[in-house]
Design a protein around this ligand. Sequence first.
Ligand code: PLP
Length: 474
Amino acid sequence: MTILAASPCPALDAPDVAPLAAVVGADLSVPLVHGGHARYVNLDYAASAPALRAVADRVAELLPLYASVHRGAGYASVVCTSAYEAARAEIAAFVGAGPDDAVVFTRNTTDALNLLATAVPGFAPGVGVPGAGGVVHLDIEHHANLLPWQRLGARVVRAGGTRAQTVAAVAAELAAAPAALLAVTGASNVTGECPPLAELTSVAHRHGARIVVDGAQLVPHRRVALAESGIDYLAFSGHKIYAPFGAGVLVGRRDWLEAAPPYLAGGGAVREVRLGGTEWAAVPARHEAGTPNVVGAVALAAACRAVAALGAEAVTAHETALVRRLTRGLAGIDGVRPLRLWPSAAGDEPGGESGEADRIGVVTFTVDGYPADLVAQYLSAEHGIGVRDGRFCAHPLLARLTADPAGVRASLGLGSRAADVDRLVTALAELRAHGPAWAYARTEAGCAPDPDPRALPDWLAGGVPGPASACSDQ
Ligand code: PLP
């Protein structure tokens, strides 16, 4: 068995990488089961990224002025209305939306894709386009970009072989029967690999379909330019782009959204209500009934501004250096097996199939001899490292990629640094060499340290963490 020495670590013999931006909680210190504390290593950005300091500052600025939008004449209400609409414009600019595109605020990506599902011609009540119909999606999708389409009876294309073969399989499916919409992820939340969006967009258009990109993972990491790329719809979440305040967004072509029934019926979505019937408002108000999440919207726009200010090249370079360090570190540990959609002979080198340029900072792996939940508990309890384990809301993909029931996912972002990656690699090498140093018990709820002496913060009024809850990302 080849095990990396804990230190020095030859695979980590790479230049230091500092955080690219300040995040809230960067210096968080967390308790360990064997006593003492460690700086928390957050390798769970793909689930929810920490707030950027710039985002938290903007929220703090807004809160004293917080008021309901669109309806109040008071000064605070006027400010909030203006901030809310400015956020919409800022997000449109961030994703390069065209003049015909609408920006609809939603709760998150799931909500945005469910909204779009109500607007697909041929499916949405009252929205019909002759000859159109059907949705096609890949088999690698997060459930958020799978279940809304499955409910519509969508067809599924296997994203196997190579990227080029995946594009060819999509083209064949669209040629076999027309579809109104092709739904694809911008980046896999399991492997971090990015499908070839330019090719998929042109294939969709060539066959008369529109394309929606699930940008939940892609948008925080890569520049997406809607009008320039031809992508018709884009959905993403604030909490994955450093704005964990409960807002998401659907951006894209107005006509389907305008023709669709209001996503929710209620105040704000109407022009005129009579007891016998209602005249609905135009998009975006049409799909934003109820009091909107103005704080979330402003935070999301602040995050977009901050990410844009860093520059796409700097974001990619920072992440690429860290992913390279991580994949090389993991490759040096016998029995750690990364999951890949499109593995290549060229491995992780740039330019190869699935090269670094085509992936974001998300890596999922299995560890021989240790179930994924035990690995995640061990990393947290003994090393203060936060990762995600489970099937990542991508059950069909996990079933295809591994015989193990689940994987362990490490994910990176703007606050990540080389030392975070090194801590993970060293801890995994230790696990493979010596096994865990603490005891772990399996209950119905999952695997947990036994005992677990780590106290929750005082403000949570005593108590210790219970066993791992049934993983929310299952
Ligand atoms: N799509 C992808 C690729 C994701 O990774 C996630 C969340 O993990 C979602 C969609 C759903 O995002 P949300 O929970 O914010 O709706």
